[in-house]
Design a protein around this ligand. Sequence first.
Ligand code: GAR
Length: 203
Amino acid sequence: MRRIAIFASGRGSNAVNIIKYFSCGDRGAAVALVVCNNPKAEVTERCCSLGVHVEVLSRADINSPDVMCPLLERHEVDLIVLAGFMVKVPAELIKKYENRIINVHPALIPAFCGKGCYGLRVHEEALKRGVKITGATVHFVDEGMDTGPIIMQKTVKVHEDDTPETLQKRVMEEAEWVILPWCINLIAAGSVKVENGKVIVTE
Ligand code: GAR
């Protein structure tokens, strides 16, 4: 059984979706812990009420391997899932959990990603550019910004009357909430490997 830590900063729709998905039936993974950097974020309340242990940590604590490593070890975490986490994961943690940290991004990487392109801004940029198709990406986290090996992507149609908010909602419902649990399942089953910087899925 893989033990997951979810790192989140905001509303927590992805966190709640993952917790619910992995708490029903016989799944190969379970959420052991939620880490949040913002005490006012909705995700803390939502995950607590689902019975999951939540740690609210300062940015300094998140950047400290002396805080993070013992915390993750105590909860026997083997996979870290960034679900709307707006803090850069420190290099020490990325090294220690190589190919064991994944992130969901609300666009088809390499479009609309990188520094300053996160959350609602991604959808604002996509609408500004007039793309007809967008989507979501799940990728391994490396030291760059949205640059790690891509595990899975799913497309979503842009509607002519979309606002950033309606597009964000559709991308979450049709793509993020589908591919993120799917990728966790594949990793838990040992079906995902990285070779020469690319992901190979063997189902
Ligand atoms: C999600 O759309 C997630 O993909 C995005 O932030 C939102 C968090 O919503 N993440 C990024 O933009 C990271 N680059 P949530 O807190 O309701 O899950």
